[in-house]
Ligand binder design. Sequence first.
Ligand SMILES: [Zn+2]
Length: 182
Amino acid sequence: MKRQVTRTTTKSLIRSLDRRGTRSNMSPPVAQKGAPIEDPSVCDICGSVYTAKTWRRNRPVPAKMMDAAAWTVCPACKQAKSGKYFGRVLVRGANAMANLDAIRARIANVERRAEFTQPERRIIASQWDGTTLEVLTTSQKLAHRIARELQKAFGGRARYTWSDQDGALTAIWQSDTRTERA
Ligand SMILES: [Zn+2]
């Protein structure tokens, strides 16, 4: 198997990423698929560490590894930067507003658990517009898990649709009017 090491490309890409930029650019992230990531690498934005083919977050990094590591931007931060999401959760229903704090806490909890093993699965935006809570995630699996957990905790019904346009998953959780179970 051929492996191309294109450091220059990676470096110039990183340089072109402005960390403090807005998320107004909705274009997809620069294609980096298949580009080799150096082992170890540290994400310049969130501190996730890439080693043994896996990104991990919130792990202490030995100083030696830090010295040897290449600085890069992890997939989740690249997505967050561009505003590109692959999963979306819509929370709706009569009970949603009444239980917004509990629902938000539950969603944060699901994200924390996912993040521990899969830091690239992350929430990139969350917005309540008065009737609907919209949560954008970097992964479809995380969106699915959030909707499933909400259904488990609060009842109601989750359903799933995929966009014809870009294949992103929308998970719609409709809270019902039954007595809350959590
Ligand atoms: Zn990162």
